[in-house]
Structure formats: structure tokens, C-alpha cells
Design a protein. Sequence first.
Length: 315
Amino acid sequence: MKFRHLICAALFFLAPIASFAFTPEAGFYQQHTVDATGGGTGITIEIQNEYMFAAGYVYNPDGSPTFVTMQGQLLQQSDGSWKLSSVGDPNNYLATYSGGQCIGKTANCPYKKPTASVAGDFTIQFVGENLAAVTWGGGGNQITSLLTRFNFNSGGPEPISLAGEWDVLVDASTSNRYLYSGEKILINKVVSLLGSATNRLLTGCVPLFEGSPSCSSLTIGATGTLCTSCSPVVYNYSFAIQDTDLGTSKNIIRVYHFSSVGGVNNAFTQTFKGTVDFCPDGVTSTTLCTATVGTKFVAYRSASAQYAVNGKGMD
């Protein structure tokens, strides 16, 4: 019943989730239905220049495995979401296949051209980087399901998936000499704050140099606070970059703000976006960081969680 409520809530809040600009991410997605929590049915999604090709690994009513495909140009909607639908398009459909080449030596498995047939229509709508709703199936036998990008080895959903190294690109530097500025953020620990279910504590730093998991004197004081009044419910994160080289005062240089990707418990995989506030000299409180407020940024994952935690992962 809990997951049934999750799906209903996610579908109800499609428009609010997609009210910000985002880029859907390619990868392996799980299908979640009202009677199951995922698993068994997967969809591989590849997106290139807004053109999506997806292959779904599903089962026939008799239990035999099969697959279906969906493809076409994703179109951005007025609410910021990205949508592709075969409905009303005679040249596009939910396709299934028979025949084709089997696995084995050519003497036993000579090439056979697969035969495509119509399995129905589909509509897929991305409402976040890693979150989509899909409606598919034949006439009178369609279902709408929630799709979430599968977490292979991120350690779990957020906030654990924030562990790693992120390259941050800021729209404008404080010097106004360059259009963009950037830095690296290394998140090496994610814990609950005093066992609280509504607050989170994250630690890390700005690395010493490229390819180094070692911390500089610029450390991160980061928290995540549950926003139950938000639609959908999300965690709001604040990352304060502190200069600890100046003693115990821990002067704050800038503060990054961002929220959950597609709602609570969806993983941070490749990107996240938000705003950054720059601080005047000598500030030790985030509320005083008003030199420049609300500058946009985007962060791209550049190293794995294992790299950030113990220096032995991929960067």
C-alpha cells in the first residue's frame, strides 16, 4: 500500500516536479507498478540530441521473456518536462519482435532478420533527471508506471548517492571577469544528524588538486533538511565552503543550495543544479553571505563514492 501511495503521489505531482530545467539521464530504469516495488521489468534508455531509444525487458502472459522498443524525438513541455508519445503517430509504435539471431555458432544460429510487430502505443514523460512515467500496452490493456533510474553501486538512494566528487560550474565568477567559474567538491561522509529522520549531515572538502582525494583547508559544512510542505516532499541541502586555514573562525566563502532530484529517495547520479551565495570577507554565518545571492550552478559527477571515501575508486 505504501508504494501504491508513492506512485500516485509521483504521478499527481508531475507538473510541479518538472517546473525546473533539467536533462533526462540515460541508463537502466526500473518499472514500479502498484502491486510491486520494482524488479523483473527493466528499461534501458539511451538519449542522444533529444532522440530517445529505449528497450524494455518484459514478459509475456505465459511467463516467457521478450522485449519491446520505443524511440523518437523527446519534446520539452511547457512545464519543463520531456515527453515522447506514439499516440496519433502512424509511423511510431510500441514494437515487439520475433525471429532474429540466437546466441551460438553460426552453424546453429545463422543470422535471421527479426520481424517487428505492433504491441500497442506508448507515452513516456521525464519529470526529473532520473524519474519518468510511462504508459504503454495494447488497446484496453495499458498501464501507467513509475520509472526510476537503477542504482547499481551508489550505496543507495540520496543522500548516500551524494558521496563522490563533483565538478561545479557557476554561471558567473565574483570577479565579473569571466562568464563562468568552477571548483571541485568532494563529499566523503553522509550521516543522519543526531539520528534525526528530518536532518542530514554531510562532510567533505575542496580537493587539493586534480586527481587527489586529499582535502585542502577548504572544508564543507553541509546539511539537508526535510521540507514536508514542498510538493513533492524533498530535502533542501546547503553546502558551506569554509576556510579552516585561518584558525577556529572557519570563515565561510560561499554557500551552495539545491534540493532532492525528483523527490525524496531518488539517487543523485550524474548532475544536480541549484544556486550559490557568495560571502563578503570575514563571514562566519551563512545568513551573512549576501555579497552575491542566487547565482545559478550545475554540478557534474567526476569521481566515484569509493574515490571520495578512501581514494581507491575511479576519477
